[in-house]
Design a protein around this ligand. Structure first.
Ligand code: CDP
Length: 225
């Protein structure tokens, strides 16, 4: 894997571009394209919560039964690595990638991700990625909780109408308003706008426009030339 490694003061921690925002704001497409353009590895933290949700459902564990879910997780082998510069999660050797956007996963992922112990386990995996690689990581709490010290924070938003339209265009049934409400109102690491994040409203922008704006900011900050 060819990635731009960076020798910072702490040689163990690499650069992280944090991209947060609500559902269907365009952050996955933007984070993916940005990572490719600047040669960083791409981490989709939402996929990690989705994978755990899918795994629980496969084992007939109710997402509301946090004790059973935590027990399952603590007894599972969770491997997080990269494939073609993109994060990949294997649970007990199974890669659930093709199942991550099933309706039942959409419906339950916010419940699963509201469990503090689930977050603790997955956040440790997210931080471990930065021990070896420069990252573009997208999610809900990347700039606020996972890597609060990174100077490269972005918050991508779009109007509720545009976000709903985008999800429908992807052919997916997804209660994004309900998920946004759950993600923003939960106690553990809710979706918040970090004070020092640069906000981009992508409602009327293309993916290339948003990536361009992020790259301009990263240049101003001296992260890239
Ligand atoms: O793609 P979309 O924006 O719809 O969602 P996602 O990034 O795949 O995240 C799915 C769900 O995982 C979110 O609705 C959150 O409940 C949860 N999540 C989280 O709690 N923290 C993160 N850093 C990323 C996702």
């Amino acid at each position: 894997m060819k990635l731009g490694k960076h020798l910072a003061c702490d040689p163990a921690v690499h650069r992280v571009v944090a991209i947060d925002g609500p559902a269907a704001s365009g952050k996955s497409s933007v984070a993916h394209a940005l990572a490719k353009q600047i040669g960083f590895a791409y981490v989709n933290s939402g996929a990690m919560y989705r994978a755990v949700t899918w795994h629980a459902l496969q084992h007939a564990i109710s997402p509301g039964d946090s004790a059973a879910l935590i027990r399952m997780l603590e007894n599972s082998c969770i491997d997080c690595d990269f494939e073609d510069n993109e994060s990949r999660i294997l649970i007990d050797g199974i890669n659930p990638a093709e199942h991550l956007h099933e309706d039942r996963v959409n419906d339950e992922v916010s419940t699963v991700s509201s469990i503090p112990r689930v977050r603790e386990i997955l956040v440790a995996k997210m931080r471990a990625y930065a021990l070896d690689y420069d990252l573009v990581m997208e999610g809900r709490d990347i700039g606020s909780v996972v890597f609060p010290e990174t100077p490269y924070k972005f918050y991508i938003d779009a109007s509720p109408e545009v976000r709903l339209r985008r999800r429908v265009a992807q052919g997916r049934r997804d209660q994004i308003a309900a998920r946004d409400h759950a993600d923003s109102s939960r106690r553990a690491s809710p979706l918040v706008l970090a004070d020092d994040a640069h906000v981009i409203d992508s409602s009327n922008l293309s993916i290339e426009d948003v990536v361009g704006e992020i790259i301009s900011r990263l240049k101003i900050k001296g992260m890239i030339r």
